[in-house]
Design a protein around this ligand. Structure first.
Ligand code: FPP
Length: 245
C-alpha cells in the first residue's frame, strides 16, 4: 500500500483525532485505561509511518479541554501515561530526528506531565525531519480566544492598530503559528465530528473518517487515509478546470 503513495503529493501536515480507546477496551472486557495504553502503540506506529513517508507535521489530539470532565481516575491515569510514554519515547524521537511540540494550555496540566513534556520539547528542539505536535488541554475555541487576547493586548500596548488584525495576524497569534495548516484530518472510531480540535486551521482541510478504533490504527490505516486524500481534487473555491495541472 505504501508503494502506491505519491510522495510528491504528500500532505505536509496531518492532524488526527484519536478516538475509540474506551470502546476498544470495552470490546476486550477491560477498563478504559487499557484502551489508552494500547493507543500508545498506535501513536508510535503512526509517528513512525508519517516520518518514514516524509510528512512534516503530525498533530495528535491527545487531551481536549473537555476531557477534564471525565472521571478523575481516568484523567489521572491518562496524565501518568503521558509521563511514562514521554520517558520511554523521547530518546527514540530524538534518534529519529523528530521534534516534539505541544499546543494547548499547558499551565493547567499536572506539574509532572508539564515537566516531562517541556523536557522532551527542549531535548528535541533542534530536530528537523518531522514535528510531532501533541495537542494537550487544547481546544480550537481556546486557541482562538487566546489569540484574540494576545492581539488585544498588542492593541492596548500600542504595538498594532485594530485594522492590522488581518487573517495572517490571527494565524500568527494562534498556538500553531509557523506551522502550515493541516491538509488532512483523520478521525478514528466512526464518529464524524471535529470536537473542538483545530478550527481556524482546518478551513480547507480534507476530512477522513475511519471506523477503526484508535488502538487498532496501524501504518496501513495511515497509508489508506493518505491514498484517499491523494485521490481527491482540492479546488479551494475554484472550478475543476482551473486546478487540474
Ligand atoms: C479518545 O478515546 C482518546 C483520548 C481522549 C486519549 C488519547 C490518548 C492516548 C492515545 C494515549 C497517550 C497519547 C500520547 C500522545 C502519548 P476515548 O476515550 O474517547 O474513546 P471512546 O470514545 O471509545 O470512549
Amino acid at each position: 500500500m505504501k508503494a502506491q503513495i505519491n510522495t510528491e503529493k504528500l500532505p505536509c501536515h496531518i492532524g488526527i483525532i484519536m478516538d475509540g480507546n474506551g470502546r476498544w477496551a470495552k470490546e476486550h472486557g477491560k477498563p478504559r485505561i487499557f484502551g489508552h495504553r494500547n493507543g500508545v502503540t498506535a501513536v508510535r506506529e503512526t509517528t513512525e509511518a508519517a516520518a518514514e513517508l516524509g510528512v512534516e507535521y503530525l498533530t495528535l489530539y491527545a487531551f481536549s479541554t473537555e476531557n477534564w470532565n471525565r472521571p478523575k481516575l481516568e484523567v489521572g491515569a491518562l496524565m501518568r501515561l503521558l509521563v511514562e510514554t514521554l520517558a520511554k519515547e523521547v530518546n527514540t524521537l530524538h534518534k529519529n530526528n523528530i521534534r516534539l511540540k505541544a499546543i494547548g494550555d499547558l499551565s493547567k496540566l499536572p506539574d509532572s506531565t508539564r515537566k516531562a513534556l517541556l523536557e522532551g520539547i527542549e531535548h528535541t528542539k533542534a530536530n528537523t525531519r518531522m514535528t510531532l505536535v501533541l495537542a494537550l488541554n487544547y481546544s480550537g475555541k481556546w486557541d482562538l480566544a487566546q489569540a484574540a487576547q494576545r492581539l488585544g493586548q498588542q492593541v492596548k500596548d500600542g504595538q498594532i492598530n485594530p485594522e492590522d488584525i488581518s487573517q495572517e495576524a490571527v494565524a500568527n497569534a494562534l498556538s500553531t503559528s509557523g506551522m502550515p495548516d493541516p491538509e488532512l484530518l483523520i478521525r478514528t472510531s466512526g464518529e464524524a465530528r471535529i470536537s473542538n480540535f483545530l478550527l481556524w486551521q482546518i478551513a480547507y482541510t480534507e476530512l477522513y473518517f475511519t471506523p477503526v478504533f484508535w488502538p487498532d490504527f496501524r501504518k496501513d490505516d495511515l497509508y489508506t487515509a493518505i491514498l484517499d486524500y491523494q485521490n481527491r481534487e482540492r479546488r479551494f473555491g475554484k472550478i475543476s478546470e482551473q486546478v487540474i495541472s
